[in-house]
Write a new protein. Structure first.
Length: 277
């Protein structure tokens, strides 16, 4: 029987000090390989999952059932903690959100993220009061399960093009920390000063920072700024797509050059042969 309690306890421990990378696999196989590489935890990626289903990354397009199935597959393929990118919870009302969070916890995840993006271009963010109510409802739903699953509160100000994204993010991060988020996240913030402002707004709670391109900074650089957790969003899935696209283009041109240097059948088959789940 899977010991989800041990995974969840380990996930909390990872957030207590230092800085760790939580890479984002897009399916069970990529998750298993990341565990094989020695990563201590992984996180799902809504975009990475969406691309495998030939869909755009949008909460109005992605279905909760598919997102939960993807999370469960990653949980069941690994023995390490998994955080679920749960967008805004795939729910409208607070009661629906509470039920949606409960279903996510049931997959065995050690953490889940709730963002304040509405998915509506005419009003891309929930008003801060409603966003706080939603995060509080998610917190209460998790607490009711008694599982200790960690809750990440995401302020999507940068990704939705807010005019003063940093100031609005700081305000929201403070509010989400007070509402019970265990981890705070403002995807899109850049520069040491901006990141420090988010770290300060979190009031001592751990901050997740996303790195989806080569910034020239290292994990230790982000640690010095105060970041506790680094995710990579869709970057690994896009790296995989890049290799696939490059090889496929060469193949379409009549060349097999794109197959040079690729992972061997034996390497992958041997790895996955050990996966007895």
């Amino acid at each position: 029987m899977t010991d989800f309690a041990a995974r969840r306890a380990e996930f909390k421990k990872l957030h207590e000090s230092g800085c760790f990378v939580i890479p984002n696999p897009w399916d069970a196989g990529s998750a298993k390989y990341l565990e094989h590489m020695g990563f201590k935890a992984v996180a799902t990626t809504s975009s990475g999952y969406a691309f495998t289903a030939a869909l755009p990354d949008h909460p109005a397009v992605l279905k909760r059932e598919g997102v939960l199935a993807n999370a469960a597959a990653i949980v069941n393929a690994t023995t390490i903690p998994v955080n679920c990118d749960y967008q805004s919870g795939y729910a409208k009302t607070l009661d629906e959100l509470a039920e949606s969070v409960r279903l996510c916890v049931e997959t065995g995840v050690a953490g889940l993220s709730i963002e304040d993006s509405t998915g509506d271009p005419s009003k891309p963010l929930f008003d801060i009061e409603e966003a706080v109510d939603r995060l509080s409802a998610a917190r209460a739903a998790i607490d009711a399960t008694g599982t200790g699953v960690m809750l990440c509160g995401r302020a999507e100000c940068f990704l939705t093009g807010q005019s003063d994204a940093l100031a609005e993010s700081v305000k929201r991060i403070k509010a989400y920390a007070e509402a019970g988020a265990d981890v705070l996240f403002a995807p899109g913030v850049s520069g040491a000063d901006g990141i420090r402002a988010i770290v300060d707004a979190a009031g001592g709670k751990p901050v997740n920072h996303i790195v989806f391109t080569n910034t020239g900074l290292s994990v230790s650089d982000y640690a010095e700024i105060g970041v506790r957790r680094i995710s990579v969003g869709s970057a690994l899935s896009r790296a995989a797509w890049s290799g696939f696209i490059s090889a496929a283009k060469k193949l379409a041109d009549g060349s097999f050059e794109g197959f040079e240097g690729i992972a061997t059948f034996a390497e992958l088959n041997t790895l996955f042969a050990t996966n007895e789940r």
